[in-house]
Design a protein around this ligand. Structure first.
Ligand code: MG
Length: 167
């Protein structure tokens, strides 16, 4: 095997996606931080749509079972579960499997609140959960331009991609 092929076989990419409905009341948690009071993401766990997509991207890149298999949403112990704890568990499993993070990038589709003022806080928190430097984490916020479920503020969608290298 030539040197290029050896290098390629020591890296893997994974994609994660999640969406959660938005309803009135409660607390909106995104990327492990409270971003708004008075509205919330609906879900069985704490419904952190960003951490769920990141968790799936990492698990997928490492060839591990997905978040729904690790933490089934019909099990009582996963009700209201802290997604930061799930992500931390997933990252530990990724490392146990012999992989670590090259970088991670995410696109958050959310009409409001605007993410730009809290972007560095989001990145810092995600990096802290993963125990990596903040330079390895990218987060971009996009609105739905007032069109569709995202644009009407009914839904949040996140796409995440993670690149891993073999330890
Ligand atoms: Mg989810």
């Amino acid at each position: 095997m030539d040197a290029n092929k050896v290098q390629l076989s020591s890296m893997r990419v994974g994609m994660g996606y999640d969406s959660h409905r938005i309803e009135q009341g409660g607390t909106m948690i995104l990327g492990g931080i409270i971003i708004e009071q008075g509205r919330h993401f609906v879900g069985h766990s704490d419904a952190d749509v960003l951490l769920h997509a990141i968790t799936d991207a990492l698990l997928s890149a490492a060839g591990l079972p997905d978040i729904g298999q690790l933490f089934p949403n019909d099990q009582a112990e996963n009700r209201g579960r802290d997604s930061a704890e799930m992500l931390s568990f997933a990252m530990a499993k990724v490392r146990q499997t012999g992989w670590d993070l090259v970088n991670l990038d995410c696109v958050v589709l959310l009409e409001w609140p605007k993410l730009s003022p809290i972007k560095s806080e989001l990145i810092k928190r995600i990096a802290e959960i993963l125990q990596v430097g903040p330079d390895l984490v990218g987060v971009k916020g996009k609105t739905g331009e007032a069109v569709g479920e995202v644009g009407r503020g009914q839904l949040a969608v996140v796409h995440a991609v993670a690149l891993l290298y073999r330890i």
